[in-house]
Design a protein around this ligand. Structure first.
Ligand SMILES: NC(=O)c1ccc[n+]([C@@H]2O[C@H](COP(=O)([O-])OP(=O)(O)OC[C@H]3O[C@@H](n4cnc5c(N)ncnc54)[C@H](O)[C@@H]3O)[C@@H](O)[C@H]2O)c1
Length: 257
């Protein structure tokens, strides 16, 4: 049984070719929505079209490019007349301690994580304002609240995404647009393969995660789509931590690895 009736709803999902973005696309499609899945990985998007069907439209998009984000919204409006939901999910991390990280890696990470979400919201919300309705979900991270050794660029940018979300809610509530953030803990995706497949590193994480396991991408996707549904009609500007109780125990000491 489907949890929601999203028939006729049009959603944009960035980072749709893998992990959490893929799982959000899958859940939206299951509940009747049409999904414009945006990703830099064009080859994967083409494969997904076969797997996910005609209601999934892959759109090659680099979220760090304003012109790409604008074109994505334009395509949604030209093809379907509106955007009901937007999920800003695309992300990656180049790590390094504050003294060692190159400026290039710092800029890569903060550009993708923070600027990419800002550009998404900028263009998505401009359209939603015209419609006087919409819901946006930004995928931040537990690292918005808890620092990670060697992850200053990523954690700082994720923290900024949380505040960008609150600011979005403040500015856009008057246009009937809700903006919320999901803060996932450890999720089994290609992004975290090095964490989950290294035995001792994985053990260090499990010492801190009371539920003793990583989340599946679907366990992040389901609360994400709840936030755009009518069941969440009064939830706005909030951060939903989905972490198996990890935040209550803190981050492992990654300087040992
Ligand atoms: N996996 C975790 O444990 C975890 C935890 C907290 C937060 N997150 C966040 O969730 C989001 C999704 O991560 P994931 O684990 O699914 O990773 P993933 O690597 O499985 O998927 C990320 C997707 O983003 C795409 N992408 C990268 N750069 C892009 C760009 N410039 N433009 C468009 N697409 C781009 C990639 O091609 C990929 O398909 C990220 O923002 C990540 O920081 C992940």
């Amino acid at each position: 049984m489907n949890a929601y009736t999203f028939d006729g709803k049009i959603a944009i999902v960035t980072g749709a070719a893998s992990g959490i973005g893929y799982a959000i696309s899958e859940q939206l499609l299951k509940n009747g929505a049409t999904v414009l899945g945006a990703d830099v990985n064009e080859e994967k998007l083409t494969q997904l079209k076969e797997e996910l069907g005609d209601s999934f439209i892959g759109v090659k998009t680099d979220v760090t490019k304003s012109a790409d984000q604008e074109a994505l919204v334009k395509q949604a409006v030209e093809q379907f007349g509106q955007i009901d939901f937007a999920f800003n999910v695309a992300g990656a991390n180049k790590s390094g301690t504050i003294t060692d990280i190159s400026e290039e890696d710092w800029r890569f990470t903060t550009d993708l994580i923070l600027h990419g979400v800002f550009l998404g919201m900028k263009h998505q919300a401009a359209q939603m304002k015209k419609q006087n309705q919409g819901a946006i979900v930004n995928i931040s991270s537990l690292n918005a609240h808890v620092p990670m050794y060697g992850g200053a660029a990523y954690a700082s940018a994720k923290s900024a995404v949380e505040m960008l979300t609150k600011n979005g809610a403040l500015e856009l509530a008057r246009y009937n647009i809700r903006v919320n953030a999901i803060l996932p803990g450890l999720v089994e995706t290609p992004l975290t393969t090095n964490f989950t497949e290294d035995k001792s590193l994985n053990e260090a994480f499990m010492e801190r995660i009371p539920m003793q396991r990583a989340a599946t991408p679907t366990e992040i996707a389901k609360p994400s789509i709840f936030l755009v549904s009518e069941d969440a009609s009064y939830i706005n500007g909030t951060s939903l931590v989905v972490d198996g109780a990890w935040e209550v125990s803190g981050y492992p000491d990654l300087s040992k690895f």
